[in-house]
Design a protein. Structure first.
Ligand code: 13P
Length: 340
């Protein structure tokens, strides 16, 4: 383990004014989004789409790291450059999703555990050879009447910690993602309670496995009311409760915290991040974004599977990246959307 390198990479992924682009949708997820728009679900279209996302050199100004899916790391852009080389060219650290998806947790109906530890050491060394310098593993926690169970929280925390240790051994910075889903009728208080429990266990397990906090990035959900909650908390409450939670669970050595968007609208995700960075709170870690949908959805619609739309769509994602870059400094305002 090269601790110095891990620290440097982690710092570059969450550099001031920058966040992470999650463009690591698995085939089923990517295809589902394509199908909704009537885009052919072929390898070639996925390649063209991801070429578009990285077409503007300016993306490197707002994006410090990009998470790829296995297929993309082995592909080239439409100009024939390996995607990892394209990322390096514009100053973005290449990363890779390494989990094998969330599967049903045995004896626990409605709950999931993420798979992918078997053979992971060998896959990580291949990914390093292919140019990846960080990795991602996502655990999924659902809020319901009697869930999550402790069994689900412990199984996922253990998996995340084993994964993170293997990454650091292979000189890859682990993004540790315990995602408490935002779907449901639950209140923000319930979201706080579950998110707090999940994060606390994750850090206990990370410590137990010897993971170096300076060389990792946490990717949490924001603490929000469930989408179907009759009375949803406002932006300020979300910002305050999320920071309160992180302050009580995340060790100060952790380099950065990069939120997932979890189905929020583009502007909602940007506003929440901006609000957290405007509270004037003293925070030991950098607070930024690692959005998938909230960075990509407008650009995917603008592209719509048509090669002629690549240039226009590439500007759409550049705009979203710029808005979120501003939010990492608490400098975003909705008027900036109209100015564009
Ligand atoms: P969303 O921002 O669309 O939630 O995706 C982030 C991600 O990478 C989930 O693992």
């Amino acid at each position: 383990m090269n601790t110095q390198q891990l620290k440097q990479i982690a710092a570059a992924m969450v550099a001031p004014g920058q966040g992470i682009l999650a463009m690591d949708e698995s085939h089923p997820t990517c295809n589902k989004r394509f199908e909704k728009l009537g885009i052919p679900t072929t390898e070639e279209k996925r390649r063209e789409y991801r070429h578009m996302l990285l077409k503007e050199d300016g993306m490197g100004q707002y994006i410090g790291g990009a998470i790829l899916f296995d297929e993309t790391l082995r592909q080239t852009t439409l100009d024939g450059k390996p995607f990892a080389a394209r990322l390096n060219e514009i100053g973005i650290v290449p990363g890779i999703k390494v989990d094998k998806g969330a599967k049903e947790l045995a004896l626990h109906p409605g709950e999931k555990v993420t798979e992918g530890l078997d053979g992971l050491r060998d896959r990580l060394s291949e990914y390093y050879e292919l140019g990846a310098r960080f990795a991602k593993w996502r655990a999924v926690i659902t809020i319901g009447d009697d869930i999550p169970s402790r069994a689900c929280l412990v199984a996922n925390a253990h998996g995340l910690a084993r994964y993170a240790a293997l990454c650091q051994e292979a000189d890859l910075v682990p993004i540790v993602e315990p995602e408490v889903l935002m779907d449901g009728t639950h209140t923000i208080e319930r979201s706080y309670e579950v998110t707090h429990a999940a994060q606390q266990l994750v850090f206990e397990h990370l410590e137990e496995q010897g993971v170096v906090f300076e060389g990792m990035v946490l990717k949490p959900n924001m603490v929000v009311s469930g989408y179907e909650c009759p009375q949803r908390a406002d932006v300020r409450q979300v910002a305050e409760q999320t920071i309160r939670c992180l302050k009580s669970t995340v060790p100060p050595q952790v380099r950065g915290i990069a939120f997932l968007s979890g189905g929020q609208t583009d502007e909602e995700a940007t506003e929440h991040l901006n609000a957290m960075n405007s509270l004037g709170e003293d925070m030991p870690w950098r607070l930024t974004f690692s959005y998938g949908r909230a960075l990509q959805q407008a650009a995917m619609q603008a592209w719509n599977g048509d090669t002629n739309n690549i240039d226009q769509a590439a500007k759409v994602i550049l705009h979203r990246a710029r808005m979120n870059g501003a939010a990492t400094n608490g400098e975003y305002s909705p008027e900036m959307e109209n100015a564009a």
